[in-house]
Design a protein around this ligand. Sequence first.
Ligand SMILES: O=P(O)(O)O[C@@H]1C[C@H](O)[C@@H](CO)O1
Ligand SMILES: O=c1cc[nH]c(=O)[nH]1
Length: 354
Amino acid sequence: MSEKEDLEETDRFPDGTIKLRNPHIAEMDQDILYHLALGSGSHDLVEMFSDVRYVCMGGTPKRMEGFANFIMDEIGYKLPTGTTLLDISYLSYRYSMYKVGPVLCFSHGMGIPSVGILLHEVIKLMYHAKCKNPIFFRLGTCGGIGIEGGNLVISESAVDGLMHPYLELPVLGKMQRRPAILDKQLAHELKDLRFESDPFSVTVGKTMCTYDFYEGQGRLDGAFCDYSEEDKLDFLHKIHQDNIVNMEMESLCFAALCHHAGIRCAVICVTLLNRLTGDQVSTSKEVLGKWQEYPQMLVSRYIKQQMGLPISRPQRTHPQAMKNKCVVTRDECSHQPRMMEGLERQHLCTVRIP
Ligand SMILES: O=P(O)(O)O[C@@H]1C[C@H](O)[C@@H](CO)O1
Ligand SMILES: O=c1cc[nH]c(=O)[nH]1
């Protein structure tokens, strides 16, 4: 299988709108985006979504609602008078979806089947709405391989659990393969948006995308386990030597479907732990919540930069996060610090800032 790495102008129409690689859709009277509770007949998708330029997705509804509120503040977007931020897809009871000006936020659930279904419908949404040159981001969590918890990994490429760089899907009784290609330039542009003062490192590297959180990622703490700790560590060290820097569960499908649709995309995940030293996610929920905002900080800076907004001001806190508490690196804080469990380069200061 050989496929070009870079997207070309011909992957989209000259005006930047999506070329759908499915001749049947244009022939249909209407297209029901069932899992989004939207349809091309029931909704004016051009009116609702044609201004979308950035599509951001991550596992949980709470994270993506938090991101929608965060990006609203960051880009200074005001909702139309008399409206509040609503989950546009609430009637689907599957995924959540928030729109903040040119930014569309989705939750995608866990794993390849869930993100795959969502991507089919979001790509069709981009097509029906005539969105121009949309960029897709996955803002996720992952296990670091040789990277401690609370740091960022931007995927340069994605492989499955057998180190295959493509998504496999049985279609009509035959295995279909789609190369999982991510936009390397976008990955490095995002990395360059890290500030010195950020409490996290950013690694651009190869991601292993698995079909399971437990045995699929070589954990010893699932309901079942037929291998020893030595077997596990042999495997993790081996893939580490093959330049795998993290493991998660969606990047392969995300990269493959976006690339097939001619859409630039990036996967930015925060590590929840270093898998070379453990399996259980034992960091407090409060700290995990804060860590999950780190990918949002980079993506927000990218969006602001693209929109011509200033990004030089270091973001000290996230509105959803510490509710007016000072969250800065230890060196920056003049208050009396209270050290937080699991944070090496940070602390949560108990002083409220106005
Ligand atoms: O975006 P999320 O945090 O859902 O990404 C990873 C991969 C799985 O979906 C999940 C497993 O805990 O987290
Ligand atoms: O170890 C981890 C942590 C988050 N998500 C994963 O898929 N694996």
